[in-house]
Design a protein around this ligand. Structure first.
Ligand code: FAD
Length: 351
C-alpha cells in the first residue's frame, strides 16, 4: 500500500489510487458470526478492522438495502488501484530514471552461457543482460520451459463486467465482497459498478493451452454471464444492481499454484534467471513487495527476506496433471465449504 500511495503522492495527477476501504456485508446471522471470527483473526495484523452494524454499513454504502444486511466487517485501509493509470505513472518514472521501456516486444528465452544468464532473446533481437526476470504472468510457464525452468503457475480464466452509471454509486463507495454469494465483489467504476465473482467449478472453458496461452484480448468472457446472473440475484441486497445495464465484459488469466503461494526466486542451475510468477489472483496487492525482492535478487543475487516458501523448484517431483489439479483446488478453496461456515471468508489458512 505504501508503494501505491507513494506513487500517487509523487504523480501530481490522479494516479487512480484511492483509500475507500473494503466492506464485507453479512447476509445472515451465521454470516455475522463467520465475519466475527475473521475480524478476530485480522486484529492480529490489522488493528483498524471493525465489526459494524447495519446502520453504519448503509451509511458507508447507501446502495445497500438495510433489510437484507445483518452487519459487516470493515477494513478501512482497503485501497482501490486503477492499474492502467498506475502503469502509466510508473512507466513515466522509469523513463525519467533512464530505463528503456519497450512494449510490443516479446521475450522469447534467456540466453544462457556456462550456467549463467548473458542476455535475452526477443522478437526484436538479442539484448545483453546479466540477469532476467520472468514475470510473464500466464505465459511464465511456457517461457520458462524454453530454458528448462519448470514454473508451476497455472492460468485460469477469470471474468468481470461493468455496469452503466448507477444512482448512489460514486468514487467514495467502499469496495464490497459478499462471501455468502460466491465471493461476488464490486467497486465503483466510472459511476457504475465493476462486478466479478468466483466460479463453482472449473471446466474446459476456464482452462487455456499452457504451451501458448492466449492474449487477454482474445479471451472469451464466459464467466461474466454467470456473474451477471449472480448480480441480478443480489438485487435483494443492492436494488440498483438487479436492473443495471451491462456496459462491458472482460477476462484475464491470473495464475494459480498448487499450494496457493507465489513462485519467487532464482531458477535452479541458472545464475541470473529470476522467476516471479504464480500470482494466485492477488498481485495487484502483492506485486510491489514481491517485485522489490526480485529487484534484490537481480542487483545483489540474494535477499535477506526469507522466500523459502516460494522456492521455484518446490513442485519438481509433481507431474503436470497433479500440478493442474492442485492449482485448480486452490482456486476453488476460496469458496466457503458451506454457506456461512468457514475458517475464513477465503477458506485459506494462514501459517
Ligand atoms: C477479473 C480479475 C480480477 C482481479 N482482481 C484482483 C484484485 O482485486 N486484487 C489483486 O491483487 N489482483 C487481482 N487480480 C489479479 C491480478 O490482475 C494479477 O495477480 C496480476 O495482474 C498479476 O501480475 P503479473 O505482472 O504477474 O502478470 P500480468 O498482469 O499477467 O502481466 C504479465 C505481463 O507479461 C506480458 N508478457 C507475456 N508474455 C510475454 C513475453 N513473451 N514477452 C514480454 N512480455 C510478455 C503480458 O503481456 C503482461 O503484460 C484480478 C485478475 C482478474 C482477471
Amino acid at each position: 500500500m505504501r508503494f501505491y500511495t507513494g506513487l500517487a503522492d509523487r504523480a501530481g495527477t490522479d494516479a487512480g489510487v484511492r483509500r475507500v476501504g473494503l466492506l464485507f456485508p453479512a447476509l445472515s446471522e451465521s454470516g455475522v458470526e463467520m465475519l466475527r471470527q475473521e475480524y478476530e483473526r485480522e486484529l492480529g495484523f490489522a488493528p483498524d478492522v471493525a465489526m459494524i452494524d447495519v446502520e453504519e454499513a448503509v451509511r458507508m454504502a447507501p446502495i445497500l438495502s438495510p433489510d437484507a444486511v445483518f452487519g459487516a466487517l470493515f477494513q478501512p485501509d482497503g485501497h482501490r488501484v486503477d492499474t492502467v493509470r498506475v502503469m502509466a505513472v510508473l512507466t513515466g518514472e522509469l523513463e525519467r530514471a533512464g530505463v528503456d521501456v519497450r512494449t510490443s516486444v516479446a521475450a522469447e528465452e534467456a540466453i544462457v552461457t556456462g550456467g549463467r544468464v548473458t542476455g535475452v532473446r526477443t522478437s526484436a533481437g538479442d539484448i545483453a543482460a546479466g540477469a532476467v526476470v520472468n514475470a510473464a504472468g500466464a505465459a511464465a510457464r511456457a517461457i520458462g520451459a524454453r530454458n528448462g525452468v519448470d514454473i508451476a503457475a497455472v492460468p485460469l480464466l477469470e471474468s468481470r463486467f461493468t455496469t452503466e452509471p448507477l444512482p448512489g454509486v460514486g468514487p467514495d463507495l467502499p469496495m464490497m465482497l459478499f462471501f455468502e454469494r460466491d465471493l461476488l465483489y464490486l467497486r465503483e467504476q466510472a459511476g457504475g459498478l465493476l462486478v466479478g465473482a468466483i466460479e463453482h467449478t472449473i471446466g474446459p472453458r476456464s482452462r487455456v493451452g499452457l504451451a501458448d496461452p492466449p492474449r487477454t484480448a482474445d479471451l472469451s468472457d464466459h464467466a461474466a454471464l454467470e456473474h451477471e446472473e449472480l448480480a441480478r440475484q443480489l438485487g435483494d441486497v443492492i436494488p440498483v444492481l438487479g436492473t443495471a445495464s451491462v456496459r462491458d465484459r472482460a477476462s484475464g488469466l491470473p495464475t494459480w499454484t498448487p499450494d496457493g503461494r507465489h513462485i519467487l526466486g532464482i531458477a535452479p542451475g541458472i545464475e541470473g534467471y529470476v522467476v516471479l510468477a504464480g500470482c494466485n489472483e492477488c498481485c495487484v496487492t502483492h506485486g510491489p513487495g514481491l517485485a522489490r525482492i526480485a529487484a534484490e535478487l537481480v542487483t545483489a543475487g540474494r535477499t535477506d527476506t526469507d522466500i523459502s516458501a516460494y522456492r521455484v523448484d518446490r513442485f519438481a517431483d509433481a507431474g503436470a496433471d497433479a500440478i493442474q489439479a492442485a492449482a485448480e483446488s486452490q482456486y476453488l478453496m476460496r469458496h466457503p465449504p458451506e454457506e456461512g461456515v468457514a475458517a475464513t471468508p477465503f477458506g485459506i489458512e494462514l501459517p
